[in-house]
Design a protein around this ligand. Structure first.
Ligand SMILES: *Cc1c(COP(=O)(O)O)cnc(C)c1O
Length: 370
């Protein structure tokens, strides 16, 4: 059984593409999960079957990342956006020294807004004066040893900017929003006190957010938080404090199996992702300024390739023709416009080759005319 051949190639910024083999398994599970004799949409979150799903998904993530045993893995709702608040509620309330945040793009600005409601925040670096087309170098950063933690976004999904190094200092806890590059490459997770990533860019459907949190962070949480927003309660109940998103977690399980068994781990995944990004940036850089990359070369993302065309009219025409040719989701984020090709884990090299072929043809047709 193969995916509907009429499906467009999904370059959406999120929710993103999922592996074809996973979609086929999900299709089956919606009718019947053989081990349970039920549809996945109607299985109890208190069943043994679901307990095993959570356990295996945790184990798979632990194996993929080499995560030590003093980290908890949680499956929460509320999206990455809820973590914008849960992190400072847990780690910043009542603190004297400011937590250090970055202003590197659309998503970090939202994170900062929420953190400021909970306690003192210092924005350690802003990309505003650079039009959000680059990230900081180490020379531009000066971290305080007194900060309760630092927070950054590893991949700015809208602008297509990605850190290819770990920021901060080892004596200050690091917190990272990895929503758009989680499990796309190895990440030295044990250098972070807390990592969060919703599923819907790289590893599943919307509805579940994965949090990796060091036990010491959980132990030191204030004891007056609403239960649902208290990592301690979530840890105690094994992500089963109230009805969890059973379906979304099951899809994440299938994606982690795919990463382990078919892709062969995160090193392999990173290699494939780099190959796709290289192909696309190569075409853009060799286009004689027809395709204009958004980000400076050293900071460009392997996940989201954002670019412009010489005129707004050409951009509109490009997007129309791309849609007609079977490419979906290429419109840039409403915050910056332009074009964005999101090439998450499940988007194949073959799909990127088709896109670069289309882009070549489009350029030859229109380059002389602008
Ligand atoms: C998409 C995105 C978000 C928003 O996540 P929600 O699950 O919609 O709350 C947050 N951070 C990053 C980096 C994203 O790419």
């Amino acid at each position: 059984m193969s995916l509907n051949p009429n499906n467009a190639l999904n370059f959406s910024g999120g929710p993103g593409a999922l592996p074809e083999v996973v979609l086929n398994q999900v299709q089956q599970a919606i009718i019947n999960v053989p081990e349970a004799g039920l549809s996945i949409l109607g299985i109890s979150h208190r069943s043994d079957w679901f307990e095993n799903v959570v356990r295996e998904t945790e184990n798979n993530i632990r194996t993929l990342l080499g995560l030590p045993s003093d980290y908890h893995i949680l499956f929460l709702q509320g999206g990455a956006t809820q973590q914008f608040s849960m992190v400072p509620m847990t780690m910043l309330r009542g603190k004297k020294h400011p937590a250090e945040y970055f202003d590197t793009g659309y998503w970090s600005r939202k994170v900062v807004t929420e953190a400021m409601r909970e306690g003192p925040v210092r924005v350690i670096w802003s990309g505003e004066q650079h039009g959000y087309r680059r990230l900081p170098t180490d020379e531009e950063l000066d971290f305080s040893p007194d900060a309760p933690y630092i927070h950054y976004v590893s991949n700015e999904t809208v602008e297509g900017l990605q850190f290819n190094r770990i920021l901060g200092r080892d004596d200050v806890p690091r917190v990272c929003d990895m929503s758009s590059d989680f499990l796309s490459k190895p990440c030295e997770a044990d250098k972070f006190s807390l990592i969060y990533a919703h599923a819907q860019k790289n590893i599943g459907p919307a509805g579940v957010t994965i949090v990796l949190v060091r036990d010491s962070v959980v132990q030191n949480a204030p004891d007056n938080l609403p239960s649902f927003l208290d990592y301690r309660r979530q840890v105690e109940s094994h992500s089963n404090f109230n009805t969890p998103p059973v379906f979304a977690i099951y899809v994440v399980l299938l994606v982690t199996r795919w990463l382990l068994n078919e892709v062969g781990g995160l090193e392999n995944m990173a290699q494939i992702n780099q190959q796709k990004a290289k192909l696309l940036y190569g075409l853009i850089d060799g286009s004689n300024d027809f395709y204009r990359p958004w980000g400076e070369a050293a900071f460009r993302s392997d996940m989201n390739v954002a670019f412009n065309l010489p005129t707004k009219d050409l951009e509109a025409l490009f997007l129309n023709e791309a849609t007609a040719a079977g490419f979906s989701g290429l419109g840039g984020h409403r915050a910056i416009g332009g074009v964005r090709a999101s090439i998450y884990n499940a988007l194949t090299l073959g799909a990127v080759e088709k896109l670069t072929g289309f882009m070549e043809d489009f350029r030859f047709k229109h380059h002389a005319k602008y």
